[in-house]
Design a protein around this ligand. Sequence first.
Ligand code: NAD
Length: 493
Amino acid sequence: MSIIAPAETATETSHFIDGCWTARGGPTFAVRNPLDDSLVAEAAAGGRADAEAAVAAAAAAFPAWAAMPPGERQRLFLKAADIVDAREDEIVRLMAREGGSSRAFAAFQIRLSAAMLRQAAGWGYLPAGDVLRSDVAGRTATVTRKPLGVVAGFTPWNGAFYLAWRTFLLPMAFGNTTVIKPSEEAPLSAGLIHAEILEQAGFPAGSFNVVTHAPGAAAEIADVFFASPAVRCIDFTGSDRTARILGERAGRALKRMVLELGGFNPVLVLDEADIEEAVKAVTFGAFLHQGQVCMNSRKVYIARDRHDEFVAGLRARVEALKVGDPTDPEVIIGPLINDRAVAQIDERVRDAVDRGATLVTGGTHEGRLYRPTILTHVPPEAICTTGCDETFGPLLVIEAFDDVETAIADAQSTPYGLSAAIMTGDRGRGLDIAERFDAGIVHVNAPTMASEAALPVGGVKDSGWGRSGHYAIEDFTEVRLTTVSRDPGRYPF
Ligand code: NAD
């Protein structure tokens, strides 16, 4: 089965449960191209019974997957990486049609995904534990890392292809089996295409399962995850708003959660920075995937005496970005995911302008194609600059500063702490400032979006917790203490 239909016609998709494509002929929902609402697929509209079957399959597959020797798992991951490379063109087309991804963004995700698969292929060989000293003579204590069991993942629509791998690959690399619930906005590129690839690579039945659902049915699937004793961890990527709902439920169910949430992602451009470099880094960091990535830059703080030069350079570069149908390889800015996203950015741009902000460029849209937008002189009370709620679209606020300490304090005054960037001609100064940032990721002389497969990505504060790369061993394993005693015990009673 291929979910990428010939001649790009609409296809009908199923769940992937216990190594089988199931539910054809059952209820479906329409997945539409955000550019023109054309039908991409009729996807299976799953519910409780599908989620229960998927969890049961993952639980049954767990013992064998957890016990699989690292070399065997490694072969599977490496094969999957080769398939990702080989299917690049199809995946690029799918992401354009389903999610509005430009070729540049899709290719970026595909490269990262293949790299992460190749990294993860080796993680089975990481040290499995420690031998500890005991205060009891003749006792040996060993600590072993064990997989948790079934990990249930919520995969997002925005960086769908790469972020879905990140959601299930990390737990699987450490011996867990998984059930994925892709976002209803992009079920194909946030889960089903992965099932095809893993099936093609020969992953055992039940090790990886996908259940898709119609809009409004997410909570029903989540109910199954929270109710099932086999599900030991919920791996969620999405908004802090939904994370709070799920977090309360996880508390009641006493389930571990990994949370990859949003960010406000400031960039500090210091007075000695190379402005041309800063312009390039900010254009990429703010407008990749039309600002719909958790690590997109939302606000730039620029030394006042470099402000005009920076804004002029940025405006010229941003206005040259081609906006349109993302199947055109020249297009950088494709459509926003839905009408809600267009309404959100539009309202916030208008709110800022009404309060006296200067619109440098953008601020208009044709359908869901929103032109990249830059605002300066934004009053602090404007919604888009308070940093309390990320604007998930192509909107960048620029603020001039006189005192770098005030700018650093302001940049950190948001509830988020995902990524930050500092552009400077003085790496020592950049590092000093970086050390003071309360964020999961700080880049000196690189965009806020400088992801690499092997590096730990994750946030602090309302941006969540959990880290990618091999650091995910902390999230997806637990520590087992085993002791063995040589001598008879001595007891107080
Ligand atoms: P969202 O929170 O609306 O939805 C995320 C997921 O939660 C979807 O799968 C949805 O079906 C599910 N969901 C929604 N309501 C639910 C409920 N009541 N019960 C159970 N499940 C529910 O987020 P979104 O708009 O799809 O994604 C955008 C957000 O994700 C942004 O905030 C972005 O910053 C964040 N994000 C973070 C990262 C990261 O790595 N830190 C990556 C991508 C996106």
